[in-house]
Ligand binder design. Structure first.
Ligand SMILES: [Zn+2]
Ligand SMILES: [Zn+2]
Length: 304
């Protein structure tokens, strides 16, 4: 199994524009956003969450947070484990939710830590026993508040190019003589990037990523009335240009039927990036963008 497939198989969630969005990445025990329904869907797995990264304070991304906090306090899981919440610095809507949860979830059995985050901030965490970090990056969604995306990044080392033709023995000798840093170089590898709601993400933030979860509220530019969300075409182009292994489109508008979404995205992938693996989050399921020939779709597309 490729690394991107492995990451994808460990990603669950729900996404539908305007209603609710959240994604849980099990190896990192990390929840990205916490839209309505997250605690009832995750059930006892809610206790596994160690960090919650909030992209912004719109209801569809935070409406399920009190439920998570309450379930952890009252349920039978590991109630003593601390829970960290990270959110964009100065977000007044999340500030208001924090005040509300402080009132309704008092006397918590676990330590709840709220952290305001600035773009570029790095937070260390563990994924599958390995030390990784989460980096916050700025997104473009509302003009009135800071909005953030988050990348889980692995620090790796590789042989410096100038030693690529050297034998193993020679490299071992060089390490002994000059030290490891002389021979090896460090680099960052993005495992998973979550963009929340945003126009097209900054290419440098997702470059070379294994999996990118990107806003695709609209299928085409003509459906977009305000510059606050991306189109599926823009996300596919970005993933192609950034050499992303797998793109997950989310936050798709409910104005489109599932068939129309999958068929339109499949056509866009075919013409823009035929080799790119593209998945679409449709409610609870994350499925491949493959053409479906239902009568409903054909009727709808003939009307467009
Ligand atoms: Zn939003
Ligand atoms: Zn949203």
């Amino acid at each position: 199994m490729s690394l991107s497939d492995d990451i994808l198989s460990n990603l669950t969630g729900f996404s539908k524009a305007m209603y609710s969005t959240w994604f849980y990445y099990r190896p990192g025990r990390v929840l990205f956003d916490s839209g309505e329904g997250v605690s009832t869907t995750m059930d006892n797995f809610s206790f596994g969450i160690e960090s919650i990264f909030l992209s912004h304070g719109h209801y569809d991304h935070i409406g399920g947070l009190p439920g998570i906090l309450h379930a952890r306090n009252s349920g039978r899981g590991d109630k003593e484990k601390p829970l960290q919440i990270f959110y964009p610095s100065g977000d007044s809507l999340i500030g208001a939710l924090r005040d509300y949860t402080d009132r309704v979830c008092f006397r918590l059995s676990y330590k709840l830590i709220w952290n305001e985050v600035e773009p570029g901030q790095e937070i260390s965490m563990r994924v599958g026993g390995k030390g990784v970090y989460c980096r916050a990056f700025q997104t473009q969604h509302t003009r009135t508040a800071l909005t953030l995306g988050y990348s889980i990044i692995e620090r790796r080392t590789k042989l410096r190019d100038e030693f690529s033709t050297h034998s193993k023995d020679r490299i071992r000798d060089l390490v002994v003589e000059y030290g490891r840093d002389h021979v090896m170089q460090r680099y960052d590898h993005t495992l998973l990037a979550y963009g929340g709601d945003s126009l097209t993400l900054d290419l440098k933030e997702v470059e070379g990523a294994e999996v990118v979860v990107h806003d695709a509220t609209f299928l085409t530019e003509k459906d977009r009335d305000e510059p606050t969300h991306a189109t599926s075409e823009e996300a596919i182009r970005l993933a192609r240009d950034a050499n992303v292994q797998c793109l997950v489109l989310h936050h798709v508008s409910s104005r489109y039927s599932a068939d129309r979404i999958l068929n339109t995205v499949a056509s866009q992938v075919e013409s823009i990036a035929p080799d790119l693996k593209v998945m679409v989050a449709l409610g609870r399921s994350i499925q491949p963008a493959r053409k479906r020939n239902s009568r409903k779709f054909l009727e709808q597309s003939s009307r467009v």
